[in-house]
Ligand binder design. Structure first.
Ligand code: SAH
Length: 496
């Protein structure tokens, strides 16, 4: 079976290639380094054997022969093997040696290039490695070697004279010695230089100075691996072109407590805005089995969550029904997320209130003529809507489609959450179940961000005053409120 030598990119999971994700999903064995993006392995199917090949960034690897043997063995055993490496497998990744070992033993292999740190980390620091006016060539070199060694594989005089950008991998610890060597060989000490630590990751740090001082500056700032250095006039462009640290939530950590199945949209939006996201799904949706309600009986159907829409349509599909089964009724959605879930299934909601809590839906339904109402929803929901409709004399059937149950959270996740800047709560059940999971320790120094008044009331019942409450009670409204608060307040001292 083929062994795939796959680059996983520099750290930002968004820089994994499509091909890398496909192969991670379908792998039977993944042999990975330490420097693969957080979450890259999460795409692996359950049951995939994950083997950590323990190569530390910058450290010499004595295990290379063992890794090669491992790849050959698993390949020969007919298993689908992915050898996953940070960045690009053929750029200081020893992918060449692994391909040679596979070739020598007749095991077929394919190479999947990745986004290499030497291009991506500068890009995320606002440094184009080439530029029409500033550099027409770029050299990638390893700073792994002691530049004082007489038999250095690098020709330092040639590098000093190189007419373009120098990008140095694995060299932070030796940066002062490398810079000195380049300067002795004729490179100008005042040439712009930068060191980028954890490039493309939310915690990326950049130090910029001159070649003569950069080693000391990086040491003073405590920069350590993984980091790389960039030397050349292009570094000066960072002043105008820096973008990563200017995103509105850069440097902020935000925990997302909603169910894993629903968290991805909110988490992705937060990451786009620059936040570091801690996924702490405190709840899980547990579907309840049951028959499809007799939909033809109702002239009004009220959907109060995207989950309810999904599960109602699942029950319908199980009975051979599609969107046409709702044709005879007025369909109301509590908010835009629910309306979207309906639209994806071919139903345009007839009623969506201006604000998105049950009280507003009641108001929006005031003028809607109806006799019999169906409310498919969570088992643990407030009775505001059915009570109000019954008070109007309507016949109301509530059908519970799912329970929200506690999802166990690892102690590290809870610790990370308590150290976050913000924790987002998108429902009362996330409040109750998350605080249950903390065993009374609460959310630490983090500030609570609430989607609306009902969730805020539940927070207050638990002794937490929400720092932010959304005035539009959906994910976009929550993001708006969070952005306003983050812009008003200073970044937390630990990250400023
Ligand atoms: N194959 C990888 C490089 C592996 S060598 C690639 O193509 O990117 C490991 C070195 O890469 C580290 O010592 C560091 O210099 C650099 N590196 C990897 N990831 C990095 C990151 N996110 N930010 C800065 N440098 C990184």
């Amino acid at each position: 079976m083929t062994v795939y030598l796959v680059g996983a990119g520099p750290g930002d999971p968004g820089l994994l290639t499509q091909r890398a994700i496909e192969l991670i999903r379908s792998a039977e064995v993944i042999v990975h380094d330490r420097l693969v993006p957080a979450g890259a392995l999460a795409a692996a199917a359950p049951g995939t054997e994950l083997i950590y090949a323990g190569k530390e960034g910058g450290g010499p690897s004595t295990e290379q022969a063992a890794i090669e043997r491992l790849l050959v063995e698993h390949g020969r055993a007919g298993r689908r093997v992915v050898r996953l490496k940070g960045g690009d497998p053929f750029v200081f990744g020893r992918g060449g040696e692994e391909a040679e070992a596979l070739r020598a033993t007749g095991v077929p292999y394919e190479v999947v290039p990745g986004v290499t740190a030497g291009v991506a980390a500068p890009a995320y620091a606002g440094i184009p490695v080439t530029h029409r006016a500033a550099a027409s060539a770029v050299a990638f070199l390893t700073g792994h070697e002691d530049p004082a060694k007489p038999d250095s594989a690098l020709d330092w005089s040639a590098l000093a004279a190189f007419p373009g950008t120098l990008v140095i991998y694995m060299g932070v610890r030796r940066l002062s010695a490398i810079a000195e060597r380049l300067i002795t060989a004729g490179r100008a000490p005042e040439e712009p230089a930068a060191v980028i630590e954890r490039g493309t990751a939310p915690g990326q740090r950049v130090v910029k100075g001159s070649l003569g001082r950069i080693g000391q500056m990086a040491a003073d700032a405590g920069l350590g691996p993984p980091a790389l250095a960039v030397i050349g006039p292009v570094v000066a462009l960072r002043e105008e072109l820096a973008w990563f640290e200017h995103r509105p939530l850069a440097g902020r950590t935000v925990a997302v407590t909603r169910a894993r199945a629903q968290a991805s949209g909110l988490a992705a939006r937060l990451r786009e805005l620059g936040a570091e996201v801690i996924e702490a799904p405190a709840i899980r949706i547990a579907p309840i089995d049951g028959p499809v309600p007799d939909l033809a009986r109702y002239d009004l159907i009220c959907m109060t969550s995207p989950n309810a829409v999904a599960l109602l349509f699942e029950r319908m599909a199980g009975a051979g029904l599609d969107a046409r089964a709702l044709a005879g009724a007025t369909v109301a959605a509590i908010g835009p997320g629910t309306a979207r879930a309906l639209r994806e299934r071919g139903v345009l909601a007839d009623v969506v209130p201006e604000k998105f809590v049950a009280e507003d839906l009641v108001r929006a339904l005031q003028e809607v003529p109806a006799r019999r109402v169906l409310i498919p929803r969570a088992a643990q929901a407030r009775d505001v809507l059915p009570d109000a409709l019954r008070a109007r004399g309507l016949e109301v059937d509530v059908v519970p489609l799912y329970d929200t149950v506690a999802e166990p959270l690892a102690p590290e996740t809870l610790a990370a959450l308590a150290a976050a800047d913000y924790v987002t709560f998108t429902s009362s059940s996330t409040v109750t179940l998350l605080l249950g999971a903390t065993g009374g320790r609460g959310i630490g120094r983090a500030r609570a961000v609430s989607i609306g008044p009902v969730t805020s009331a539940t927070l207050r019942e638990h002794g937490i005053e929400p720092a932010v409450e959304a005035s539009r009670h959906d994910v976009e409204g929550l993001l708006e409120a969070l952005l306003a608060a983050a812009q008003a307040g200073p970044a937390s001292p630990s990250r400023a």
